[in-house]
Design a protein. Sequence first.
Length: 544
Amino acid sequence: MFCNQCEQTAKGVGCTVMGVCGKKPEVSALQDLLLHAVKGLSLYACEGRKAGVVDAEVNIFTVEAVFSTLTNVDFDPARFQLLINRCVELREALKEKVAKAGGNIDFSDPSAVFQPAADLKGLMKQGEAVGMVNDHDADTDIQSLQQITVYGIKGIAAYADHARILGQEDDRVYAFIHEGMAALTNKNLSLNDWVGLALKCGEVNLRTMELLDAANTGAYGHPVPTEVPLGHKKGKCILISGHDLKDLEELLKQTEGKGIYVYTHGEMLPTHGYPELKKYKHFYGHFGTAWQNQRKEFAEFPGAILMTTNCIQEPQQSYAGNIFTTGLVGWPGVRHVKNGDFGPVIEKALEMPGFPSDEDMGSVMVGFARNALMSVADKVIDAVKSGAIKHFFLVAGCDGAKTGRNYYTEFVEKTPKDTVVLTLACGKFRFFDKKLGDIGGIPRLLDIGQCNDAYSAIQIAVALSKAFNCSVNDLPLSLVLSWYEQKAVAILLTLLHLGIKNIRLGPSLPAFVTPNVLDVLVKNFDIKPITTPDEDLAAILGKN
Ligand code: FSO
Ligand code: SF4
């Protein structure tokens, strides 16, 4: 196997024996084979669009298939076998439609004519032969840009899937995913072509995040500042993790009146701020921290656990019988329930002891997404003009297991008292319960939401730039980002597409970025790796 798509990749180069995430070589081969099959499907989908054939089933499948290969989503070989076979079925059906519409169906790329082996063993063998980096003849910089683009596409697929579940779609998004995947079969594309595709990936991701923002706020209202308890109530309980708001809503509906309290884990924390979710009285609080601590934290939870999207780790024996997956998440042996079909999760919660008593463990504030912040924009602008607020930091991105991530805790702790920290995504768990106080009633630590809410952060930055009549790059705002998986790649490409400069990125730079590509990023966008909190703070504040 060879996989280098996430930040924790072995030795900072690539996982070759077994994924640090727990991905086995078999699953890695099946994921490579699925992406290979998706390339073939994409060739016909692109050709179909030219001939006026847009197939909704193909679009939805493509997004689900690509999202399934994102880090920590699906570790179950059997599910990949189904996806690979389905991909080829859809390809053949699409091929016929495209031919009927007069489109070209004459493709020589092996992915366009690939036939899956009959069993898992055969599929794994096929997968071993088609990994993205198996083309050793390809220029390493082009390969780097191909990886950046495909990983960005994985991020887009995740956001597009969430948005579609809540009824928001745009064919531009599907069309680009097909364009980008099909481009991998074209050996004639130059370095510049791939730079263009990578930046287009950022552009399309912005549209996808806009759709997701409309989906979430349309269904559940704009988040409002909300205090979330970190302790618990005596009684039965369910812990829900991941990013999918619709699953949370369904769970809340189905647990209503059953004497069960619902708690969030990881990226579900900001959902407490949505009016249409917080109205449920049994939606109580937040338990634990970020995804990489789940094995310890889930073992301590006395109820059922539901994983709705990415970031599952191999369950420990102690809670393997209490954890469920839904949607695209999968772990072999873990019970999978269909989206919305949460009866088995509820049954398990009722069987389990629950919390024996109430416990107060303090609270955190969430709900400072764009609408909430813009409603106090005048106050914020006045505070900047009067000098009460000197600088904003967006300390955002993923959390992970590496020790270097203490940087983000220390950075936030050391930010001066006349500065404000905006945050989003699971990286916030490094500092989410710090009491940073306020500046004239404006909290110094503002949780914008999930990584899925990066759109909200961008809108806030754009609104500030309009208020101050300057570009986002000239605002007293610095981006200090942490990355882990491919959604962060998509967001980074969006920021580059928007021309945002001076981003500090850590805890380490992606293994799939070659020195030449990094050079381009540094020259054009002034991207910098993080150094130490003291050094970076001095550099940022000295300059502004
Ligand atoms: Fe974190 Fe995981 Fe949300 Fe990522 S939960 S690491 S960026 O998948 O999705 O922030
Ligand atoms: Fe390794 Fe990350 Fe790939 Fe898992 S997703 S195999 S940890 S690079």
